[in-house]
Design a binder for this molecule. Sequence first.
Ligand SMILES: [Zn+2]
Length: 144
Amino acid sequence: MQGSVFISPQNLLTVNKKRSALSGILSMRCPRCREGTMFPENTLFTTKFMRMNERCACCGQSFMPEPGYYFGAMFVSYGLNAGFFIAVWIAMYVLMDEVSLTAMLIALLVIIFGLLPVTFRLSRVLWIYIFVRYEGPEACKDRQ
Ligand SMILES: [Zn+2]
C-alpha cells in the first residue's frame, strides 16, 4: 500500500468544500474564506450595484479595511475595460466586412456603460483578492 493516502469521509467533505480562486472571484465571494458574498444578492443590474456588504457573513473579514481602500481598483477597472474592448474590437474585425469609427465608438460606449456594474464589482473583488490571504472555510469556524 505504498503511496496510498487514506482520506476519511469527513476530510473529503472539507476538501470538496474549498473553492478555487477563480470560482471565488467569479462568484464575488470573500477572499479569506470564499464562502460569504461581498455584495448583496440580486443587486447586480439594479441601481444598487455599488452597495457592498460591510463584512463577510461567514468569517467576519472586513470588505472595507481602510478609507479609500478601493482607489487602486480603478486601475484594475481600466485594465478590464481595455481587455473587453480589445476582445470586441478583434471580434468586430473578424466578423464584420468593414469596421467604421462610429461602430467602434458605439461598441466602446456599450462596453463602458453596459458592463459598468460588472467591471465595478469585478475590479473591487480582484483588488481585495491581491491583499487578503486565503484561509479556507476553516476561517469561519474560528468565528463560531
Ligand atoms: Zn469570509
